[in-house]
Design a protein around this ligand. Structure first.
Ligand code: ARG
Length: 468
């Protein structure tokens, strides 16, 4: 059954048309939101005096029945249902009888689908935010647990300066904190009900968009009916948020891959979060990390693809907009799974802090500290940089430990050699936001305060369970 047969006389639409234009195969997951939307609409119609209390009761009872059938899996979608809205309306009419014909009064699938998808996205973004917070909680717990462990910090993938492992873990944590904030902002902006915009122009019937908006838990209603039915900014924004979050997960994944190589040896994956090879018996692979990295491309693709769909569309609704759902659903599904898997991976991985320290204590890694030590003795930085650089070059050329040259240098000597002792350099990062124990302690405190607030904002307890 279609909802528009009248104009077409006999039902002679081609199979190809149906196969190409149907959306039921993917939009059926909007069914709970479609029911919620219809419920609010029925109450609105009754309130406006457009249907009787009795009719409203019958429609609400039929919606409850459809909801029950959907929940228990007994709902039968039919071959001719072109989308979820059609399927629900068809079934409501089967259950309620003739009064079902009143359900769509003053409403179009255009405002209906926009409403459904906003309800879905509100919920979905909160779920993603909870997943991010859980991963942040893992990173914080690991950062607290590793204490003063340190490793080389890198620039250009070359060892640069030692940093605390906690500092490194929380660097990812802060990027995720911005993701949570972005998800919250997107959610706030999309919290607008399009219901009552009709097909594009509103209605001649005395509907009350403000009232149904409240009924559906939206913060407010649309200002412009043309905009309401054609605006998919919220999908584009959600896709961007998910693509950027996916990019962060990809970067974390890349580091896990590197760190778990024999060459780095900084991290050992728990067996439960690693995979093997079908041919090479010794292999232990970081597939979760690799897929988190790989799916980053897919997420960026969804954003780019959908932005391209939007860019040429005139007002108001165009069927192109049906292309909003698959990328959005897929992006959410992929990100949620990646978040869960990465949380498990990070929670169970073992950090080889001895291997990290060995790498960080390589004899030139305190070179910057030597130069800064000279600065504190009054030497201009550029000159100090040249002096230390020269010693590093000499040490490499003559294969003499840097410490020996430092000890023998008149401007440096024994006090300066002490800086090269294992674990000393990292303790000298004392500035706010820096990588040493003092500022990292403060940072951890600030991070956990924000994390607790974010957990609460998205209804999570301190240990990551959803509160409701
Ligand atoms: N399945 C459609 C979508 O997802 C619903 C709206 C269809 N409206 C229309 N006038 N054909 O966008």
């Amino acid at each position: 059954m279609t909802l528009w047969q009248g104009r077409f006389g006999t039902s002679n639409q081609s199979a190809e048309l149906f196969a190409f234009t149907e959306s039921l195969s993917f939009d059926r997951r909007l069914a709970p939101d479609d029911i919620a939307c219809s419920r609010a609409h029925v109450r609105g119609l009754e309130r406006a005096g457009l249907i009787s209390g009795e009719d409203a009761g019958a429609l609400l009872a039929a919606l409850a029945e459809v909801e029950r059938e959907l929940a228990e899996g007994s709902f039968e979608f039919q071959a001719g249902d072109e989308d979820v809205h059609t399927a629900v309306e068809r079934r409501v009419t089967e259950v309620a009888g003739e009064v079902g014909g009143r359900l769509h009064t003053g409403r179009s699938r255009n405002d209906q689908v926009a409403t459904d998808l906003r309800l879905f996205t509100k919920r979905g973004l909160s779920e993603v935010a909870r997943g991010v917070v859980r991963l942040q909680q893992v990173l914080l717990a690991r950062a607290e647990e590793v204490g003063d462990a340190y490793l080389p910090g890198y620039t250009h993938m070359q060892r640069a300066q030692p940093v605390l492992l906690a500092h490194h873990l929380l660097a990812h944590g802060w990027a995720l904190a911005r993701d949570v904030d972005r998800l919250a902002a997107t959610r706030r902006r999309l919290d607008v009900s399009p219901l009552g915009a009709g097909a594009l122009a509103g209605s001649s019937l005395p509907l009350d968009p403000d009232w149904v908006a409240r009924e559906l838990g939206f913060a407010g209603r649309f200002e412009n009916s043309l905009d309401a039915v054609s605006d998919r900014d919220f999908v584009a924004e959600a896709l961007f948020d998910l693509a950027l979050l996916g990019t962060h997960l990809s970067r974390m994944g890349e580091e896990v891959v590197l760190w778990s190589t024999e060459e780095f040896g900084f991290l050992h994956l728990d067996d439960a979060y690693a995979t093997g090879s079908s041919m090479l018996p010794q292999k232990k692979n970081a597939d979760i990390a690799e897929l988190s990295r790989g799916k980053g491309g897919r997420l960026v693709g969804h954003l780019a693809g959908f932005m391209t769909t939007l860019k040429g569309l005139p007002l108001a609704y165009n069927r192109d907009l049906q292309e909003d759902k698959e990328p959005l659903f897929d992006a959410m599904d992929q990100v949620l799974r990646s978040l869960d898997a990465m949380s498990g991976l990070f929670a169970t991985a073992t950090f080889d802090t001895a291997a990290m320290a060995r790498a960080a204590d390589s004899h030139t890694s305190a070179a910057t500290d030597l130069a800064e030590w000279l600065v504190q003795k009054g030497v201009p930085f550029r000159q100090a940089h040249g002096l230390v650089g020269g010693l590093v070059r000499e040490s490499l050329q003559r294969r003499v430990p840097l410490a020996e040259l430092v000890a023998a240098h008149p401007a440096l000597g024994a006090d300066a050699v002490a800086l090269l002792e294992p674990g000393v350099a990292v303790t000298r990062r004392t500035t706010p936001g820096g990588a040493g124990p003092g500022p990292v302690g403060d940072q951890m405190e600030r991070f956990s305060v924000q994390l607790r607030a974010d957990a609460e904002r998205f209804g999570l307890g301190p240990s990551g369970q959803a509160a409701s």
